[in-house]
Write a protein that binds this ligand. Structure first.
Ligand code: URA
Length: 453
């Protein structure tokens, strides 16, 4: 059957609703190579401007999910849980949470994505570990989840291939910040994992796709609703993404920071967010009966080294060099570095995460085109966070790069990302709100220590 793609693009361009058949055919024909990227790009832009209602979003999600195999772990008695972030700068929590929660006995079949726009991607971070393979066959994912308790993999020809293609196209066509497209992208991956429960980290602020808490709440509600309708236990935290999370941005640099946290150290903001997200995963997976008990359990597997041991074992099982766990200097290292210093004395009041994210992309940590290669060593190391006192000329961060990076543009962006205030600056909260699926009765929420909707 030939599909009248220009007519479908026109319909969406003019704000009309697409039928279930149209959406299903679009995905099928796109993957079959009959719809070129230029037509799909035009449709994505039309969706970006005109949106999709809940029914269209649900159909798109299901069509993308079933574009490949859907995993099932029904034979394993433990709960299958996952967490997914809507995209931020310096957000490496997936690499910490998955081994930690697996060390607590739950199963995590995590399908992630690559860098998107100015945000980093779990797959690119993992691939900075020499030898680490993220494109596994569904049978291998199945075996890893059975043997290791978790797997960290990407979309492939057999796992949500529709998201693999559309994700890469959205990255380079300025069509990322669309609620229905984000919902379909995230939920198609998560629903293909065969999980019981999902915790979402919905970012808001200067380094997030949702710039305001209201937009973030709308995205969180759409995500929770889509998963809930498909029978999954769902919760979403709305978290601040105005400055980078932690102190390191860039693929190998972020793996280094992951190893610090799994080793019992690491920056306070990253540690706090991991504790809370882990507690939700453990609680929603019925491994603990309250969030405080979940945090305690997480602290235990960090302190006794079980979370780090799990990560080491998975790195080896996915073909990575496990020596990096004890010797992070074996991770790719940048050939050159340059400091950015404070223009004045006072307090750091702005560290614009979006500009920092783009600066890292310019240094080589992200992509400008579908074909762009990543420099795994490129990135930025920070010495200050918002609220910290600084002296004029004191180092705020260090850029790491190889020759050929767009250094001047990156340097200018970082300088532009920084503001110094003469007055002390109050540190703002990291976790702004919680939205949980309707499966939770108010009394259960109270007992678990949850506030918010
Ligand atoms: N993460 C995803 O997997 N998809 C998006 O569209 C945004 C963040």
């Amino acid at each position: 059957m030939t599909l009248a793609v220009p007519e479908i693009i026109r319909k969406k361009r003019d704000g009309e609703k697409l039928s279930c058949e149209e959406i299903q055919s679009l995905i099928r024909h796109y993957l079959g190579g009959e719809i070129p990227d230029y037509q799909m790009s035009a449709l994505l832009m039309a969706i970006f401007f005109r949106g999709m209602d809940a029914e269209e979003t649900g159909t798109l999600t299901r069509s993308m999910m079933s574009s490949g195999e859907v995993l099932s772990f029904a034979h394993l008695p433990e709960a299958k849980v996952d967490k997914h972030s809507t995209g931020g700068v310096g957000d490496k929590t997936s690499l910490i949470l998955s081994p930690a929660v697996a060390a607590c006995g739950l199963r995590i079949p995590m399908i992630s994505g690559r860098g998107l726009g100015f945000t980093g991607g779990t797959l690119d971070k993992l691939e900075s570990i020499p030898g680490f393979r993220v494109r596994l066959e569904p049978a291998e994912v199945q075996r890893l989840v059975e043997q290791e308790g978790f797997a960290l993999v990407g979309q492939s020809d057999n796992l949500v291939p529709a998201d693999r293609r559309l994700y890469a196209l959205r990255d380079v066509t300025a069509t990322v910040e669309s609620i229905p497209l984000i919902v379909a992208s995230i939920m198609s991956k998560k629903l293909a994992e065969g999980i019981d429960a999902l915790v979402l980290d919905v970012k808001t602020g200067l380094g997030a796709f949702m710039k305001t808490p209201e937009r973030a709440r709308a995205l969180a509600a759409a995500l929770v609703d889509t998963g809930w309708k498909m029978g999954k236990r769902m919760a979403a935290l709305i978290t601040a993404m105005d400055q980078p999370l932690g102190l390191k941005v860039g693929n190998a640099l972020e793996v280094e920071e992951v190893l610090e946290v799994l080793g019992g150290g690491g920056p306070p903001d990253l540690c706090e967010l991991c504790r809370v997200l882990a507690a939700y995963m453990l609680w929603m997976g019925n491994a603990v009966d309250s969030l405080p008990a979940g945090m305690e359990r997480y602290d235990q597997v960090i302190a006794n080294g079980q979370a780090l041991a799990k990560f080491r074992s998975l790195v080896a099982a996915q073909g990575g060099d496990p020596r990096v766990i004890d010797r992070p200097q074996l991770l790719p290292q940048a050939g050159q570095s340059e400091s950015v210093v404070s223009p004045g004395s006072g307090y750091l009041s702005v560290l614009h995460a979006g500009k920092i994210g783009w600066a890292a992309v310019l240094l080589g940590a992200g992509r400008m085109t579908v074909q762009s290669a990543i420099d795994p060593a490129a990135g930025i190391v920070f010495f200050k966070k918002i609220g910290d006192p600084v002296e004029k000329g004191e180092r705020i961060c260090e850029l790491r790069f190889h020759p050929g990076a767009s250094l001047e543009e990156a340097r200018n962006l970082v300088r532009d990302a920084v503001c110094i205030s003469p007055e002390p600056v109050e540190k703002t909260p990291l976790i702004l709100d919680t939205i949980v699926g309707d499966f939770l009765f108010p009394s259960v929420r109270e007992n678990a220590g949850i506030t918010g909707r």
